[in-house]
Design a protein around this ligand. Sequence first.
Ligand SMILES: CC(C)(COP(=O)(O)OP(=O)(O)OC[C@H]1O[C@@H](n2cnc3c(N)ncnc32)[C@H](O)[C@@H]1OP(=O)(O)O)[C@@H](O)C(=O)NCCC(=O)NCCS
Length: 162
Amino acid sequence: MENYDLTYIEPSTPEIKQIRELIKKQGDKVCKESISVESISKNASTFTFGWISVLQKAQLGRRSVKSLNDRFTLLSFVLCHYTPDTPDQVTIEIICSTNKSGKLLMELAEQKSISMGIKRIYLNCLDNNNLKRWYESLGYKHFTTIYSRQGVPKVYSMVKYL
Ligand SMILES: CC(C)(COP(=O)(O)OP(=O)(O)OC[C@H]1O[C@@H](n2cnc3c(N)ncnc32)[C@H](O)[C@@H]1OP(=O)(O)O)[C@@H](O)C(=O)NCCC(=O)NCCS
């Protein structure tokens, strides 16, 4: 297993502004350009809890003047959304990983949801059978397909009951 630390993040986390910036600047690469920059940017601003893993870059120059984006390489992240308007559910908005931490990130999101008394987790899976099978292997079930205007399957909405 690869060696990495996962850090819990939420809006009250110290340095959250810099963490949002780190995700906005490096998220596209971590997601292998499969998720739009707009979506990454929006969710980096609106998520309610999540985790990231980073790798410290070699230090050049004075550390104190550098931003998190300069000091760290983002390796993986998951961004989840919860609202008291729908208190039984959490949505996994984005998950991206370059270091084999995807499954662990999903498990952390699930454990946190259980501790909040959440009954179900939703996510939108891209039109990618391998990805869909990956979510299914984690217990998610496809319940509806959202089609694009051309009638081509666009995203699969999936749910897991906890
Ligand atoms: C999808 C993604 C997050 C997965 O992350 P990851 O770190 O590669 O996943 P992991 O390595 O933790 O997954 C590992 C497990 O899933 C298994 N797995 C992978 N693909 C699978 C599939 N299609 N069906 C069943 N199991 C699968 C692996 O064998 C592995 O099992 P193991 O740990 O027992 O060996 C990552 O590939 C990614 O960032 N993709 C691009 C962005 C994206 O599409 N995100 C999702 C939409 S928001």
